[in-house]
Write a protein that binds this ligand. Structure first.
Ligand code: GLU
Length: 504
């Protein structure tokens, strides 16, 4: 029987979740759902110095907002929990011990100061210090002393770490679902610390132990973890466990220039790099979030899905279900994906158009109420329907439709200079009388009446319609003019024409 697919998103709660992290979570989610598997969330909080309060809650909320909830994790305990590594502390020591017993790991007593001095010495010679086969026999570790002596030092309370003993001179042949075959020379690796003096495992040990215990079948994570792959594969070998399959996702690149997308790029170009707004608990600095800026989660998800993947044709809009059906991790690109904030907005525009007018109107009516404007929701629904196609965000509705609610106070000067002729006021006033006497003020009827009158007077559309728009809107923007008239009503229409005619 084939094993059930189990994938995880394993962030460290060191701050708000970067948009790249959201894409990693999304690809894991799509992969899990496509294979009827489980997507779980594991919080990797073994580095207590980097722990940031609120970050874990933020991660959970962000995944929920995106509509890619986890099946197991914090608050959704399954049989593999707890899902917070700090609560699994007691598990890891035993595994570190197992590696010591089997000769795959050793105790190292080197003090931070001693290692620092060595680092500086190497640096002075233009080299980088690495702790491995080349120098471990000259360093202060259990490989140089008897087990009894080691035990004595531990019993005496000397601080130690446990290091992995990387085999020397082996070429590892590894497989990545995206990158294919990769070769690594073990001699270049360092004897990474697995267990720290504070009694906590490092990321590497906890990550491998948990991926094994939680029966992870595929590890899908960012490219920045590729250099850790050989160590991880060796750890599986040392434990005698089957390794999961690995896929390392391409970097998300800056919109302009080279390198990884950073928060600074967002600040500079004015777009968020976080799904939700984040207030730094230490500094109080607030970072913008997609949610608060009015992005729709469907749009963000659709946009992120195409950062580094496409289904092989030029389709761009996908529902989550379609993404699940089409997603194929082996089609993910190796090369980094440029982050294009304009494209992100384009997606939002597309999804914004799909929102139904009534729902939008309900929220918009609330915003209007806050401005002291009380309009029946049916009218607001119609107005939303008329201006929506120009909007990308709900926050733009007001500036796109304010003239429905307020008589223009000013008139676009350029347009006036071009459209308002010496005889315009007379023409407008005459038209206002015609409209005043029109009983049926529906859009279709006022249009018919106005056009018939223009015809009868032999005036031409160009002489009447732009000034009429200036009277009603104050600018030459807006939807079909007679739709506007129907909504603002006869009295307001006539008043606006009269007001403009005397003002201009
Ligand atoms: N805790 C690691 C991170 O913060 C997880 C890396 C992995 O997925 O193995 O990204």
């Amino acid at each position: 029987m084939q094993k059930q697919v189990r994938v995880r998103f394993a962030p460290s709660p060191t701050g708000p979740l970067h948009i790249g992290g959201v894409r990693t979570a999304l690809f894991n989610y799509l992969f899990a759902k496509k294979h009827n598997g489980v997507f779980y969330l594991r919080i990797e909080d073994t580095d207590q110095n980097r722990y940031v309060p609120g970050a874990e809650e933020y991660i959970v909320e962000a995944l929920n907002w995106c509509g890619i909830p986890f099946d197991e994790g914090i608050g959704k305990e399954g049989k593999y929990g707890p899902y917070r590594q700090s609560e699994r502390k007691n598990i890891y020591k035993k595994y570190a011990q197992d590696l010591i017993d089997s000769g795959w790991a050793y105790y190292a007593f080197d003090t931070a100061d001693a290692l620092d001095a060595l680092r500086k010495e190497e640096e002075a010679n233009g080299k980088t210090f690495i702790y491995n086969h080349s120098n471990r026999s000259n360093l202060d570790n259990s490989l140089q002393i008897t087990p009894e002596e080691t035990q004595k030092r531990i019993d005496n309370g000397e601080e130690y770490v446990i290091r992995f003993k990387i085999p020397v001179g082996e070429t590892l042949h590894l497989k990545d679902m995206i990158r294919g075959d990769i070769k690594f020379d073990t001699s270049l690796l360092d004897d990474k610390v697995l267990f720290k003096s504070d009694g906590m495992p490092t990321y590497h040990l906890a990550n491998i132990v948990d991926d094994h215990l939680m029966e992870t079948t595929h590890v899908i994570r960012g490219e920045e973890w590729l250099p850790s792959l050989p160590l991880h594969v060796l750890l599986y070998r040392a434990f005698g466990w089957d390794a999961p399959e690995f896929a390392h996702l391409p970097l998300i690149l800056k919109p302009v220039g080279n390198g990884k997308l950073s928060k600074r790029d967002g600040d500079k170009l004015g777009f968020p790099v976080f799904p939700l707004e984040w207030k730094d608990p230490a500094t109080g600095t607030v970072s913008a979030g997609y949610r608060e800026q009015g992005y729709l989660p469907e749009a963000v998800v659709n946009f992120l899905a195409l950062l580094g993947w496409n289904p092989g044709n030029d389709q761009e809009l996908f529902t989550l279900d379609e993404l699940i059906q089409l997603f194929d991790v082996e089609r993910v690109h190796k090369a980094g994906a440029k982050f294009d904030p304009e494209k992100n907005k384009w997606f939002n525009h597309q999804y914004f158009q799909r929102q139904d007018n009534e729902t939008l109107a309900k929220h918009f009516a609330q915003e209007l109420l806050e401005k002291g404007i009380n309009k029946p929701v049916e009218d607001v629904t119609k107005i939303v329907g008329l201006v929506k196609d120009r909007a990308t965000f709900a926050s733009e509705l007001w500036s796109l439709s304010n003239y429905f609610f307020e008589t223009p106070a000013t008139y676009d000067e350029k347009a006036v200079a071009k459209q308002w002729k010496p005889d315009t006021a007379t023409i407008m006033l005459e038209l206002s009388d015609v409209l005043y006497n029109t009983l049926d003020f529906s859009s279709a009827n006022t249009e018919a009446v106005t056009k018939a009158w223009i015809e009868e007077k032999g005036l031409g559309m160009g002489k009447v319609m732009p000034p009429l728009r200036l009277c009603l809107v104050g600018e030459l923007k807006g939807p079909h003019l007679f739709d506007i008239m129907e909504i603002i009503g006869k009295e307001e229409t006539v008043n606006r024409i009269r007001k403009a005619s005397s003002a201009l």
